[in-house]
Design a binder for this molecule. Structure first.
Ligand SMILES: [Zn+2]
Length: 105
């Protein structure tokens, strides 16, 4: 028989998982993409690509579409934000593709 405490723990886990799934679906619908090479911009405006897999990250603190990570362009830690590919010019996309951070999700 499951105790009320364990049931509450399961409910909290379910809510967190549902939040991740819902957040990812909303972000994809808004035009954001996820995967091995997605464009991001740090607070200082540097563009680069990174590996961004929703719900799975070893190297970054996650804050929805924001997270704190290493910026390989300015060589500093900063808040970076997912960028929609559609919002970038071909030159910006090319610049971002040339600056990929370490390939660890
Ligand atoms: Zn930067």
């Amino acid at each position: 028989m499951a105790s009320p405490k364990r049931k509450r723990g399961l409910a909290v886990t379910a809510v967190i998982v549902a939040g991740y799934v819902a957040g990812t679906i909303v972000a994809v619908k808004q035009g954001y993409s996820f995967g091995r090479s997605v464009p991001v911009r740090c607070r200082q405006g540097h563009l680069f690509t990174t590996t961004w897999i929703p719900g799975a990250s070893l190297k970054a603190l996650r804050l929805g579409l924001w997270r704190v990570q290493w910026c390989p362009v300015g060589r500093h830690f900063d808040l970076v934000r997912l960028v929609k590919e559609a919002d970038l010019s071909p030159a910006e996309l090319e610049f971002a593709a040339e600056h990929h951070d370490i390939p660890v999700p």
